[in-house]
Design a protein around this ligand. Structure first.
Ligand code: ACO
Length: 424
């Protein structure tokens, strides 16, 4: 027998069909209340499915993350970021020929219009790179007007390729502008991740080639950050797309959402916190402060994971790989102690707070000598693959509508206008 939810009020009795563990919120409208048709109140959309998606699966209780059905533990370290981007977009891992064609196409589109350089150059010397990234991405729509034809499959595909290809260039140049260095153009001899590192760090070398261990760790980090179903920035991308917007405008909104310290900005906040704690013997005192409500333990807790974030486990391993090259980051000792103390503490256990992806990623980025402002940029570059896949799924989903939530109005009603000279 099909599942159903029986709702009885004084006026009506309704059987609402349950499909995929959900009821249709609009079915509730058939129930009258004193404040109008019945609706749900869900700040933060904590228990509301806003779309159907076949891209990423998460079981937060079990600590499971899968892209198109492939467990993250199998993808990280075995597949390149571009392979994973292909998987997210097209639903299947590419064959050797498909991957070669995909890599070639992405590589061809890594250059940006020279005027983008001017846009980045126009920022003040201390502008946050996320602000530059956001503007650079949103500006792309003006260079590629075909992107507005979101009903044209080829225009959609081409502009997704462009965005994934150019994102590292805009990101790297945002950084170079901050440090007053010349911009490094994409290099055909280098793959996606190595080319990004070269655009960031190349100085006098003809071709900058990162240490393979660093390059491998970055590839793993990119794969881990590629998508994460309906998180805050993906929801922003889908919401902007739902009004009929192109992939650049929508991804620009995603960059903005990711900038928030409760989302992608958390890795920057973790480093700040570790520095403030200063030494492992002050961890206990800091944890007491968190429990007293004086601070949050940044890099801990997650809206979905109520278990160890599977990405955090993999990143912890990538730390070792990077520290082999760079030497151990002295903040690691504080982080390890913090994790140990928190995991043994009842406050964190009862609230099911575990390390998330941001707890260790900042340590790696710092060891690679990235300034903290770049951490969220390093998240945005790989997440672009996920945003593109989610954008594509959203704009081609016949069930999607413009996102327009309801509100519970709590303000005044029908007050008489008071002339200025009569106001108290
Ligand atoms: N430190 C201390 N207490 C915490 C933390 C934390 N990091 N996270 C949650 N709590 C506590 C809350 O105070 C609350 O306690 P209460 O029930 O006594 O009031 C309880 O746990 C539930 O917390 P909520 O804020 O309701 O959980 P929510 O799901 O809304 O928040 C979030 C999730 C925003 C990630 C939160 O855990 C947080 O702020 N973490 C720190 C920031 C962070 O690391 N963000 C990165 C997330 S991963 C990502 O976006 C890539």
């Amino acid at each position: 027998m099909a599942e159903a939810l029986k709702i009885s009020t004084e006026q009506v009795t309704l059987d609402l069909p349950i499909t995929d563990g959900t009821i249709k919120a609009t079915d509730l409208k058939a129930v009258p209340t004193s404040a109008g048709p019945l609706a749900t109140y869900d700040p933060g959309l904590m228990n509301t499915a806003s779309c159907r998606s076949a891209i990423t699966y998460i079981d937060g209780d079990a600590g499971v993350l899968e892209y198109r059905g492939y467990p993250i533990e199998q993808l990280a370290g075995n597949a390149s970021h571009l392979e994973v981007a292909y998987l997210l977009l097209y639903g299947e891992l590419p064959t050797t020929e498909q991957l070669a064609a995909w890599e070639k196409e992405i590589n061809t589109h890594r250059f940006v219009h020279e005027n983008v350089r001017g846009i980045i150059q126009s920022f003040r010397y201390d502008a946050h790179p996320m602000g530059k990234l956001m503007s650079g991405v949103a500006s792309m729509q003006t260079f590629y007007p075909s992107a507005r034809r979101i009903d044209d499959p080829e225009a959609r595909r081409m502009n997704i390729v462009r965005l994934i290809a150019k994102m590292p260039t805009i990101a790297a140049w945002s950084y170079r502008q901050s440090i007053g260095r010349h911009y490094v153009y994409p290099n055909d001899e280098l793959g996606y991740v190595d080319n990004f590192l070269a655009m960031l760090f190349q100085s006098q070398q003809r071709v900058y080639r990162p240490d393979p261990r660093v390059s491998h760790a970055m590839e793993v980090l990119f794969v881990l950050h590629a998508d994460h179903e309906q998180n805050c920035s993906t929801n922003a991308v889908r919401a902007v797309a739902s009004a009929g917007n192109d992939v650049y405008t929508s991804a620009g909104a995603g960059v903005g959402a990711l900038f928030g310290p409760a989302h992608g900005g958390a890795n920057e906040a973790v480093l700040k916190m570790l520095r403030e704690i200063g030494s492992a013997d002050r961890v206990g005192e800091f944890i007491e402060g968190v429990k007293a409500g004086n601070a949050r333990l940044m890099g801990f807790g997650h809206r979905v994971y109520k278990n160890y974030d599977p990405r955090a486990k993999i990143i912890k391993k990538a730390c070792d790989e990077v520290f082999e090259v760079t030497g151990v980051n002295p903040l690691l000792q504080i982080a390890v102690e913090l994790e140990k103390v928190a995991l043994e503490d009842e406050y964190f256990a009862t609230r099911r707070l575990y390390p998330n992806v941001d707890f260790y990623s900042g340590l790696i980025y710092e060891a690679l000598r990235f300034p903290p402002e770049m951490f969220t940029v390093l998240f945005a570059v790989p997440r672009t693959a996920g945003w593109c896949a989610q954008w594509l799924e959203g704009v081609t989903d016949p069930e999607q509508k413009i996102m327009r939530p309801k509100q519970i109005y709590t303000g005044h009603r029908r007050r008489a206008f008071v002339p200025q000279d009569a106001r108290a």
